[in-house]
Ligand binder design. Structure first.
Ligand code: URA
Length: 214
């Protein structure tokens, strides 16, 4: 964590950093970009879930009974913000195949420039940790809105972690001003947003690069 950005963890594992640099390269193919994002999401998920509480369950190995450690509580929920969050969610689900998957669809209103919901489907919130995923934490407005949506559906901030591949300082500040208790995990804290709200140096439009659209 950095003191300028409380509750932000930059996951600077060498494998994550190497793969992110490959993604930033403008010549990376759609297939390569997608594959790398899945791989990074899995590695980030390993760090994000590091402190999940454990309990024990009585099992029998072929040799004897034992109290074996298992994750306590209900299955995790992975919630991508559509559409760019979908591929990150795939990586997390490879790591935690039993997780539930919700979806939050947001688009940007042309006039207000604010996010508007078009789809919300979520698993039962009781006793569950939610990992909200979006590759780019840029202005922070979608991230704030997505957490507001979770709150409205009964998910408390203490049950939420936010995972972004690349973040802008502006977005992290906006997000923490609205939801100071939601930890943010990112692979990189970049320099700034440009006049079109793209992260610099960033990697361009994550959705377009993931799905091969313009
Ligand atoms: N969304 C993106 O896909 N890229 C950015 O740089 C900012 C927002």
């Amino acid at each position: 964590m950095t003191s300028d950005f409380p509750n932000l963890s930059v996951l600077n594992h060498p494998l994550i950093q190497h793969k992110l640099s490959m993604m930033r390269d403008r010549t990376r193919s759609t297939m390569g970009f997608r594959q790398l994002l899945r791989e990074i999401a899995l590695l980030m998920g390993y760090e994000i879930t590091r402190d999940l509480p454990l309990t024990t369950e009585r099992i029998e190995t072929p040799l004897c009974p034992m109290d074996a450690p298992v994750i306590e509580g209900r299955k995790l929920a992975v919630v991508p913000i559509l559409r760019a969050g979908l591929v990150m969610a795939e990586g997390l689900l490879e790591l935690v195949p039993a997780a539930r998957e919700g979806h939050i669809g947001l688009y940007r209103d042309h006039e207000t420039k604010r996010p508007v919901e078009y789809l919300v489907k979520l698993p039962d919130p009781a006793g569950r940790l939610f990992i909200l995923v979006d590759p780019m934490l840029a202005t922070g407005h979608s991230a704030v809105h997505a957490v507001d949506v979770l709150n409205r559906h009964g998910v408390d901030d203490s049950q939420i972690r936010f995972m972004a591949l690349v973040s802008a300082p502006e977005g992290v500040r906006t997000f923490h001003a609205a939801h100071p208790d939601v930890p943010v995990f990112t692979a990189a804290l970049d320099s700034h947003l440009n006049e079109n709200a793209y992260i610099v140096p960033g990697l361009g439009d994550a959705g377009d690069r993931l799905f091969g659209t313009k």
